[in-house]
Design a protein around this ligand. Structure first.
Ligand code: FES
Length: 336
């Protein structure tokens, strides 16, 4: 296993919890061993789901300079795997196990111009970057898109701080974001940082490629947590190792394989690096590729998958699977 960050775990006390939009809770934490949180950083947090400890990642929205207070914001999604329900149940005085701030989405200072693109709850990864760029006097545009105004955390604060640098797109107000227009307005030197739903990020990546813009200038945070389809339980088989295990809707295939004693390679656990790639030998069902590592063509072939985020499902069209296999998709794989 390789690591881009060293995880230093510590206790943190919940200082404040407050709703900042529909189903979005801001949670302020006081860590036992504070460390400065750079823009783009996140915390890993242990949550308890059905009595089981599971890890989740949340962007640092803001923090004090010395890191003694760190704020995150958590969306309780209707299809929550349980982690966000746990986070929403926290109250001041509760304690949590968290890492010091980890960094997989660094802001490169010094670009001639920036576009920061936030889709929905993805704004949590972008807020701090925008604040820093403003402070530095950088040329930037903050683009914030969501389905409805009530679901937009921090909107008044962003308006107040960024003024004309903020562009807001709200689907149900008829001001949807046009990805083609946005990417069409970017020049070769502009760096675009984005975090949001996979559909939005895929569309931006496609438009970016079509315009033949410099690929390293497109940077994104995924957290590997939003797919094209709802997560389902499925079965994974590794014939060479005699392993067959179930992957519950709230676990990743990588976690399930690790639990079953399979030694796995991984790094980002977010569908970005490709290190957790497994070869698909057989498939009963379909694959919901949730990575940003493969090209569209590679995803179509379904010959491999990034098991840290991608999942199997019975059918993308929602048809019922063969009852003989208990209604579950089955993916048979080889691990390297
Ligand atoms: S561990 Fe990086 S893509 Fe899975």
């Amino acid at each position: 296993m390789a690591a881009t960050n060293i995880e230093v775990w510590q206790q943190a006390t919940v200082i404040e919890t407050v709703a900042v939009a529909t189903n979005i809770q801001r949670i302020v934490l006081e860590p036992a061993s504070p460390k400065r949180a750079e823009p783009g950083s996140h915390l890993d947090v242990f949550v308890t789901v059905n009595g089981e400890r599971q890890k989740r990642s949340y962007s640092v929205v803001d923090s004090t300079d010395d890191g003694s207070r760190v704020a995150i914001s958590v969306l309780q999604a209707p299809l929550s795997r349980g982690g966000s329900i746990f986070m929403h149940s926290l109250n001041p005085g509760d304690t949590l196990e968290i890492t010091q701030p980890l960094q997989n989405f660094p802001l490169r200072v010094g670009a001639p111009s920036y576009v920061l693109l936030a889709g929905g709850i993805g704004v949590t990864a972008i807020v701090n970057m925008a604040r820093v760029l403003r402070k530095l006097g950088a040329k930037y545009t903050l683009v914030y898109a969501a389905r409805s105004r009530e679901r937009m955390a921090y909107l008044p604060e962003l308006h107040a701080l960024h003024g004309d640098n903020l562009r807001v797109h709200i689907d149900d107000e008829g001001t949807e974001l046009s990805v083609a227009e946005l990417v069409g307005s970017v020049d070769q030197q502009t760096e675009l940082y984005m975090c949001g739903p996979i559909r939005l990020m895929d569309a931006v990546r496609r438009a970016w490629r079509e315009r033949e813009l410099t690929y390293p200038n497109l940077r994104f945070e995924t957290f590997g947590n939003s797919g094209w389809y709802d997560p389902e339980e499925f079965i994974v088989r590794v014939p060479r190792l005699g392993v067959e295990t179930r992957v519950s809707a709230g676990r990743s295939m990588l976690e399930a394989l690790e639990d079953a004693g399979v030694e796995m390679m991984f790094d980002c656990r977010k569908g970005e690096c490709g290190l957790c790639e497994v070869k698909v030998l057989a498939l009963e069902g379909a694959i919901d590729h949730r990575d940003v590592f493969y090209s569209e063509r590679q995803q179509h072939t379904a010959a491999t998958m990034c098991c840290c985020v991608s999942r199997a499902l019975t059918s993308p069209s929602g048809l019922q699977a063969d009852a003989a296999r208990g209604g579950l998709a089955i993916v048979t794989i080889a691990v390297s």
